[in-house]
Design a protein around this ligand. Sequence first.
Ligand code: ATP
Length: 231
Amino acid sequence: MLKFENINVSYGSVQILWDVNFEIDDGEIITIIGPNGAGKTTIAKTLMGLLKPTSGIIEFDGKQIHQAPTHQIVKDGIALVPEGRDLFPRMTIMENLQMGAYTSSEKEDTLKWVFDLFPRLEERQNQSAGTMSGGEQQMLAIARGLMSRPKLLILDEPSLGLSPILVNKVFEIVKTLKSQGVTVLLVEQNIHHALEVSNRGYVLETGRITLEGASSELLDNKHVKEAYLGM
Ligand code: ATP
């Protein structure tokens, strides 16, 4: 479904991603793990066309997208739930969801699907987003991402700042999405959880992929255990 090939990205003269390669197959959950500042969010922004690579190719569904504008990439079927959520706090839940649906021609069906996944959002649809709890806001951010009916959903640090119960809920949602055929790219520092729900993972360190493999292998890998799992 997606190929990220030899991608280099810089902020001005500072290079952040160095020949990064990874692939995502249809229906997979893929995790990119790595320490603060490794470049994980930079990958997410580059996928969405918010940053342009200095070299390399991004192919999605057989089409090159690395020079495409973001609105076209959303139409092609990729959505990002950004780190920090970026909700519109004074707008209602319903209005936030509608902002996510601007490309979709099947808004009513999509809204029903999203409310089935997140019944609490339906109950509270007229409440302003800024008054909801952190966990509810994260659910809304995911729901808004789904409103464009993406084939590939990118979740950037979805568990950040959430209590353990809500973290479990977020990862349950990821599993449900997979069972419904949505492909998910998970960018996470909650490595244990992320590797448990994903099929494969990549370790990104100072802008380079240093390890890749089946998630079960990475969970068992000595470097991952020592550097990321505190074992
Ligand atoms: P975190 O988990 O802390 O979000 P990350 O792996 O997502 O980390 P990025 O946010 O992609 O890392 O940042 C990678 C590097 O790029 C960091 O060194 C960061 O300081 C730098 N960087 C990020 N945004 C900018 C920017 N707008 N201008 C210059 N440098 C930036």
